[in-house]
Design a protein. Sequence first.
Length: 205
Amino acid sequence: MLIGDDGGDVRAALAPRMYPWTEITHVWFANDLEGHSAEGGAVVTQWVYIQRLEFADGTVVTSRLADPPVTTPGALFRTGQIADRPPSSIWPLMAHIHTHVTEVQLTKAKATLAAGGQVEFGPLTAHGDGLRHQDTHIPWEDITVLRYSFVHASVEEDELGAYLRMEFRDREAGAYGFPFRWLRIPAFDVPDIEVLEQLAEERRA
């Protein structure tokens, strides 16, 4: 049920409308971790969930929801041992939406690929025999890792944040080159990440 968006007056202007799962055409998702230092070396953190839904009638709604803040000992926070998708009052709602939309979109994607077509995932294009990113063709069987990942602590600042991370075999490296390459794309640039994850898992198998 869509009753509006985060635009204040828009919420009052739009009449509630029920959308079947089949009318949600794309989902973008990323989470973030906001925080600040507290007394005693602790860190106060708050998980944020950002989701954009595109509907068949052209409606696009972006939501930003946050869990209550929690206090974590600084030493534990710096280890990076915090789950990508932690226990949450909001995540079950997100997961419920993603599960149903992914089921519908995965069926469509499989049918498109089986018919010789292609499916766009932002900067990635899925074909029957693999993925294309810019000028690089990546066969499904060469993909060793493809997953959504959130990094909140790293020695490299450009590693931080929500990304689609993919590791694949580099066929051009040769016998003496490093055999694998990593591709890191901001998660919010890739629609329907969970559809892509499942496609890759099934086709690698």
